[in-house]
Design a protein. Structure first.
Lengths: 214, 214
């Protein structure tokens, strides 16, 4: 909650217990438009998050207009990530590796699903997630596009460019045919054992770790 | 199911639809002690896995005696991994990276939880998972013990030994104090952004990718 209050979100309403409000200085609460004091029981009834027992904020969702992406850094592209835990974990990992923007296909699971929010561990406040039609988006961005496949250049030896996009595919189908055509650099995570594939959020993390290493 | 039939599990009972049994040759079915033909509806009622519509095997659980661990390779040690999705994903990733043995604390979530089994994507059949009291286990294994902490040697530059153990800590508490004392090599995943931590299964994957790279 401290992270939400300190973020750039516009907070419309803040529901909190008496104890919660006593623990914050008024300067931080000044940016909140409406403050409602409630009991712990009322708060639990309202929220969907299990450990919610001190406060709940109703925030205005940031603009979903696609930003001008930095040409000298990388953004992540998610091609139909369906599992909420995976999406949340990818957002959390993206923040760890300093990725500021994620472009998600329209079929990717909803960012505001409580399971997604929980799995981000607060990173949803600091990483921008935009939903758009990927084929159209990629046709307008002529930058290096790396896509994780089972067959591609070994990420342990690939020389990444200074900026571009990294595409992570759907949990069972991988990267869709339309998006595959937009990938300029197929890459692969080398396998040392027998598993057929990796979890999508794990694959994203390993690609990002290899991208950032000197 | 083909993976289960081809594994070293002892299969006590195999429930399957008529179509399922017609699709297998009798040589493979020969190792099954009891075969029961059921309707698709009956099968769905029995199992807990959503996509179960062709067969269900009742298998004898492998011996849980601790093996003699290979000194020239690595095994994973899980210090209270509680989330079933994380445990399953770690087992799947371990198989990808050729890790054959996982030693889990007694408080680690149960391997036979259906959410764990689902998340392994079949890898639970090929990676051994042993539950034991970790402090006692570690006191009897005088090998290099690498532990993932927020402060330690950068995994991008650490020189891993030829074999040993890699400890992954609990989702919220990290590695417990008793196990910390057994860690001979604290290591850390370098951070390039602002997230406070990484998901436990993501951390395990990144450590394994760095361990295996040449």
């Amino acid at each position: 909650m401290k992270e939400t209050l300190a973020s750039e979100f516009e907070i419309l309403t803040l529901l909190g217990t008496k104890e919660f409000f006593h623990s914050f200085d008024t300067a931080i609460l000044g940016k909140v438009k409406e403050i409602i004091e409630v009991s712990e029981r009322e708060l639990t009834d309202v929220g969907s998050v299990e450990t919610n027992n001190s406060a709940l904020a109703v925030v205005k969702i940031k603009s979903q207009h696609l930003p001008k992406l930095p040409v000298s850094d990388f953004s992540l592209v998610l091609d139909d990530i369906r599992d909420p835990g995976n999406l949340g974990t990818i957002i959390r990992t993206a923040e760890w590796y300093g990725i500021k923007n994620i472009i998600a296909s329209l079929e990717t699971t909803d960012l505001y699903n409580p399971k997604v929010i929980n799995a981000t561990m607060g990173s949803f406040l600091r990483v921008n997630v935009f939903y758009t039609e990927l084929d159209d988006f990629l046709s307008k961005h002529q930058v290096p596009v790396y896509g994780a496949f089972l067959k591609g250049e070994n990420i342990h030896t690939v020389k990444f460019s200074a900026g571009g996009l990294i595409v992570i595919g759907n949990e069972s189908k991988g990267i869709s045919p339309a998006v595959q055509k937009r990938v300029t650099h197929p890459i692969t995570i080398p396998r040392f054992g027998n598993a057929e594939s990796l979890n999508a959020s794990v694959a994203a993390a390993i690609v990002l770790d290899n991208l950032r290493r000197k």
